[in-house]
Design a protein around this ligand. Structure first.
Ligand SMILES: [Zn+2]
Length: 82
């Protein structure tokens, strides 16, 4: 069966939306102040599970995955989130 991109009920293509949280570390200086420039920055993804959204009508859907390998998968649309 040929793969079809997840489509909203209104006909628009859905986007995968996930919240990515940036974690920043700062050094504390000898005088007790916090350094202005970050010591380390990192993106910690997967903070929420992610949803499929339609930018036209704002509907949201759960997503499902169709695995094609160990870590590779294709996105599928699941139930609408009300
Ligand atoms: Zn829509």
């Amino acid at each position: 069966m040929a793969y079809k991109k997840p489509i909203c009920e209104c006909g628009e293509e859905l986007l995968f939306e996930v919240e990515e949280v940036q974690v920043v570390q700062y050094e504390i200086l000898k005088n007790g102040f916090v350094a202005k420039r970050p010591f380390h920055k990192g993106i910690h993804g997967d903070n929420n599970w992610g949803v499929l959204v339609c930018n036209t009508c704002r509907k949201q859907y759960e997503f499902n995955r169709s695995f094609v390998g160990k870590d590779k998968f294709k996105m599928l649309r699941d139930e609408e989130i009300s």
